[in-house]
Design a protein around this ligand. Structure first.
Ligand code: SDX
Length: 428
């Protein structure tokens, strides 16, 4: 209940609205009755000042550079957790006890295979199809195969669909990669970890045994954890909006994948590495910094800036360390990493970036690591989608089980023509 209020005066009249407080973070002005009482809408394109929902999953303090999943700091989870632990935490609200973790992992592991006919979908794509195009298509098609888990009013079916989505994303992503390089699909091998299974399906071949490299497995596990969830970002909001109409979970996650693909969002990891490669050497950095600052030039430093973080993205700090460790341990000397670190150093001392509070985000260093591991840039956003499916599923479940949830239906500021009569074509 709100004991604090916010007052709004429109013309001669004044209106009071409740101020609601969360466990931490900004209060919200409860304007649910504003239109009915005042006849006016609020106006907030891009939702920079709008809380779309109540959630208990992830908290971000953009000024302090804090990211908590159910209260646990992201650097502690990245350091100590497995991806299955974080998935359980996001969905169920608590770090699992050993037996809960074993049961959760066992359940996910036994949903890793795809329906044999779904595999035929891949044959319909060109070999050079972008993996995100394939992910959109194949994930959306899951609803054509798993009808026994599309009744969103049944909590059991919701959880089966959630397990299926988390389990099958690595298989779907690995198959998208295999298809693009003309290699045979590798079936899941359930004695491996979630991450190890994905690496084997991606880089293994039927002709020989595949040994999971523990350095790569640990790096990928941490990368998945860093990408798991991030409050009400564009793709999560897309999943929630799609889910608010009662669409089945597979369709909702396919909608999230489509939104994540954009270069301003999850597509930035692919764009950031392409940018670093285009810069090529540290001496060319000033030219690109100048372009990023030039209002006439649409170029932006990809992997820099964030709607919420006006400080260093805590995930970028962990990612930079993973990049250094993986390159060192795999004995890879990639000049792109030097370009990335020098670009960061210069940008963080440049007045423009300081004034606009632009810092590296999660996408700035991820491409360096993924490239070192052997992924093509076209796979980077598919890996982001694989990991974020855990967050999307957790947020979707939270929304669907919220008794107050209703279909999302924003309004607008209309600036088009007022009513006018039809003019026959010979009179126009
Ligand atoms: C992700 O929301 C999330 O949580 C997303 C995410 C997640 O985990 O889900 O964190 C993942 O999407 C990370 C962001 C990845 N995107 C990029 O790296 C693309 C490059 N960044 C920008 O496009 C931009 O910073 C955004 C989209 C990330 C944020 O844009 P905002 O909040 O709408 O900010 P803005 O565009 O209004 O920029 C504010 C100012 C502008 O200048 P002015 O008009 O005020 O003069 O900063 C400038 C922008 O021109 N600016 C940049 C810049 N980002 C913002 N200038 C140069 N390079 C940049 N990267």
């Amino acid at each position: 209940m709100a004991d604090k209020t916010a007052s709004l005066t429109l013309g001669e009249k004044s209106y009071d609205y409740g101020l609601l407080s969360g466990s931490v973070g900004p209060d919200v002005v409860d304007i649910r009755k504003l239109y009915a009482q005042t006849g006016a809408f609020t106006y907030d394109p891009g939702f920079t000042s709008t809380a779309s929902c109540e959630s208990a999953i992830t908290y971000i303090d953009g000024d302090q550079g804090i990211l908590l999943h159910r209260g646990y700091p992201i650097d502690q989870l990245a350091e100590n957790s497995t991806f299955m632990e974080v998935a359980h935490l996001l969905i169920h609200g608590e770090l699992p006890k050993k037996d809960e973790l074993d049961t959760f992992t066992y359940t996910i592991t036994r949903h890793t295979m795809l329906h044999e006919q779904l595999i035929q979908f891949y044959r319909g794509f060109r070999r050079d199809a972008h993996p995100m195009a394939i992910m959109c298509g194949v994930v959306g098609a899951l609803s054509a195969f798993y009808h026994d888990s599309t009744d969103i009013t049944d909590p059991k079916q919701r959880m089966i669909a959630s397990h299926r989505l988390i389990a099958k994303m690595p298989t779907i992503a690995a198959m998208a990669y295999k298809y693009s390089i003309g290699q045979p699909f590798m079936l899941p091998q359930n004695n491996l970890s979630y991450t190890g299974n994905f690496l084997r399906m991606t880089f293994g071949v039927p002709a020989e045994p595949y040994e999971v490299n523990p350095i790569v497995e640990q790096a990928m596990r941490t990368i998945f954890i860093l990408h798991a969830d991030h409050e009400q970002n564009a793709s999560t909001s897309t999943v929630r909006l799609a889910g608010s109409s009662g669409a089945n979970p597979f369709a909702c996650i396919a909608a999230g994948i489509a939104c994540l693909w954009g270069p301003a969002h999850g597509g930035a990891n692919e764009a950031a590495l392409n940018m670093l490669r285009e810069i090529g050497t540290p001496d060319r950095i000033p030219e690109y910094i100048a372009r990023a600052k030039d209002k006439e030039d649409p170029f932006r430093l990809m992997g820099f800036g964030h709607r919420v973080y006006k400080n260093y993205d805590p995930r970028a700090k962990v990612m930079q360390k993973i990049a250094a460790d993986v390159l060192d341990q795999l004995d890879i000397d990639d000049p792109v990493f030097d370009v990335a670190r020098e670009l960061e150093r210069i940008a963080l001392h440049d007045e423009y970036f300081i004034e606009k509070k632009l810092y590296p985000n999660v996408d700035f260093y991820s491409g360096v690591v993924l490239s070192a591991i052997g992924f093509p840039t076209s796979m980077f956003t598919a890996l982001f989608a694989l990991a974020r499916t855990v967050g999307w599923v957790a947020q979707w479940n939270e929304m669907i089980s919220d008794p107050d949830q209703k279909i999302g239906r924003p309004r607008q500021l209309y600036t088009g023509p007022t009513q006018r009569d039809y003019v026959p074509v010979d009179k126009r």
